[in-house]
Design a protein around this ligand. Structure first.
Ligand SMILES: [Mn+2]
Length: 198
């Protein structure tokens, strides 16, 4: 790999100011400060299990609620991801993972298709995880998908504890991204599509 697969994106609106620094070929180092502790905990899973270095700083209108901050962090992460991935030459393109955490089990499948598509099936067993509204989980992934331009299938297959349900989703997401973004030595720098572009 000659070109480092890194990106830095700054996104400012009246609701949020977010900066994402990302290294796709990292070791899972992270510096996370979104002001939403549970989101930091979930982003940490992406870094650790995706072996993606993540440095994310967000300031949002948390006096309203965490909605804009969580959604816009997903958007900015998606933009950074797309930029770091570049023309997708030599990547595996598809990635999937099953991740359990005690009684919870989730499956995430990703395709760097160039088209946004989210299929999200997570029957959370409660509405809040501490102070975190579980509805924001889908908002995060919708933001990511729209801007990373990927197809993403997320299924929580079982689980009783909502913290476990959510954490297995983020861990599997990290694992799936890692697999799909990995460079396939046999692909020899070609684009994994019969169209010739993704
Ligand atoms: Mn946890």
């Amino acid at each position: 790999m000659s070109t480092p697969r890194v990106a830095e994106v700054t996104r400012n609106t009246n609701e949020t100011q977010i900066r994402v620094l990302l290294n796709l070929d990292g070791t899972g180092q992270q510096k996370l400060n979104t002001g939403v502790p549970f989101l930091d905990h979930m982003l940490d899973q992406i870094a650790r299990h995706g072996l993606i270095d993540l440095d994310i700083e967000a300031r949002g209108d948390l006096h309203i609620d965490a909605h804009h901050t969580v959604e816009d962090t997903g958007i900015t992460l998606g933009q950074a991801f797309a930029r770091a991935l570049g023309d997708k030459k030599g990547v595996r393109r598809y990635g999937h993972a099953y991740v359990p955490l005690d009684e919870a089990l989730s499956r995430v499948v990703v395709d760097f298709s160039g088209r946004p598509g989210l299929h999200f099936n997570v029957p959370f067993t409660r509405a809040m995880i501490g102070g975190f509204d579980v509805d924001l989980t889908r908002e995060f992934f919708q933001g990511f998908v729209n801007h990373a331009q990927v197809t993403l299938h997320i299924d929580n297959l079982r689980g009783d504890n909502a913290h476990h349900q959510c954490e297995t989703v983020f861990k599997a997401f990290g694992r799936a991204l890692r697999m799909a973004a990995e460079l396939d030595p046999r692909a020899a720098g070609t684009i994994p599509s019969t169209k010739g572009s993704l």
